[in-house]
Ligand binder design. Structure first.
Ligand SMILES: [Zn+2]
Length: 98
């Protein structure tokens, strides 16, 4: 009789969700902007393991490029929702943006 020890598959890694724990313990800062408060987490070259599209300039943030991850800090949609809607920006695009 087969043992019923079917493992739950790990959630598909179709996001960079494994980084969330790091994001929450990393050296992020909170920045105040006209459009709200934002968590800003620097991502080093080594941790930039995927391509992202920068919302500031619509140009991909190439893998291996140091950049920043930004998500809301004013709790409008709750921490989980805020994190889920985080965006990856070129560092300079975020700096000059809005
Ligand atoms: Zn950009």
């Amino acid at each position: 009789m087969p043992r019923n020890n079917r493992r739950q598959p790990r959630p598909r890694d179709d996001d960079d969700s494994p980084d969330i724990a790091n994001l929450l313990t990393g050296s992020r800062t909170i920045q105040e902007r006209r459009n709200g408060s934002w968590h800003v987490q620097p991502i080093s070259e080594r941790r930039a393991e995927r391509d992202y599209v920068c919302p500031g300039c619509s140009v991909p943030v190439a893998k291996g490029t140091a950049h920043v991850v930004v998500w809301r800090a004013d709790g409008v949609t709750g921490d989980a929702g805020d994190l889920a809607s985080r965006r990856h920006w070129h560092t300079h695009c975020w700096r000059i943006g809005s």
